[in-house]
Design a protein around this ligand. Sequence first.
Ligand code: 3PG
Ligand code: MG
Length: 396
Amino acid sequence: MQTIKDVQLQGKTVLLRVDFNIPMNKDGTIIDDSKMKAALPTLEYILNQGARVIVMSHLGRPKGRPDSQYSMKPLAGHLQSLVKNRVIMATDSIGPAVQEAVSKLQPGEILLLENLRFYKEEEQNDPNHAQQLADLADIFVNDAFGAAHRAHASTVGVADYLPAYAGLLMEQEVKMLRQVLDNPESPRMAILGGAKVADKLGLIGNLINKMDILLIAGGMGNTFIKAQGHSIGKSMHEADRLEEAAQLLQTARERDVKILLPIDVVAADAISADAAWGIYPVDSIPDDKMIVDIGPQTIEIFGAAIRTARTIIWNGPLGVYEYEQFAKGTWEAARAIAESPAVSVIGGGDSAAAVQNLGLEKDITHISTGGGATLEFLEGRTLPGVAVAERAEVLP
Ligand code: 3PG
Ligand code: MG
């Protein structure tokens, strides 16, 4: 992978793609700026080399046209509070006003472009649009690991017109994910939770080849509990995936991969703060209740397994952790991971948030900024945004 360390940046104008798609309130206040902070080492490195930087990102999902609710403006103010260099907010992402702002930009200054997704051509990876972005600069740097699973004009298209390099965050993310996937110390464990199974069966299929132990809980765990033949009451699950889940359990047995599923659960009559709930073994979940967390015996078993692992990947909460009374399984898993001596990588917004809420960040080897991107990486897919930085041939 070609990174910003491999190129002379002094005096250059750099087009830097970041993932500043961060959670914000309707009034424009920021809920969590960790993805912004994660891009600072790259931004500061480029600026310290004496380059001008054009920073570009998407924010939310505006429908291919300007929408003030998704303006990057509040982020410009926040970015200015995080860096000592001057931050200038552009009124657009392409066009004459942006070209004018770029022409006035001084080395060591940052121009933040308006939301890339105000143009439908961005997500369409329109070549003409990509060229207009590329024409603003001399070099393209992709540091947006969180958006690396999207083949858009700003993540992929611009690399047809500019030499492309990876930023430091992109490099670190890929390095850590490859480390846990391809060169892990045993016992190797993946902890999989979160709501949906459908988009994660591919993930399990790939991880069965790479891991020694899979811990499966949360919404996807429900489908597996049912595939084992238990009744799961009103629990959310994917009825059309039961056979596939049973097949994966079978494959795991044949390959000597251990799959740990909940043996007891917290089940409630509703997902709400005042729901009535109880603890049940998986073979006696009441018909009128739904699984909302793993139970205390499962917490013990999962915790013991986690503490002996040497490599851990965790994606997705183990219960409806937004409600404190259903968060214990997720929290205890986070604590066990932090206590374990394993190399630990956490992907997915919710699992990362759980770790951050508990203040355990420093005890985790790597917290990924990618949700969807991390999942696709762990599935063994090539991410288009990573691939551009890995192209053997670098354009002049
Ligand atoms: C994310 O936050 O998941 C990334 O920024 C990608 O955003 P998207 O899912 O809207 O493409
Ligand atoms: Mg997403």
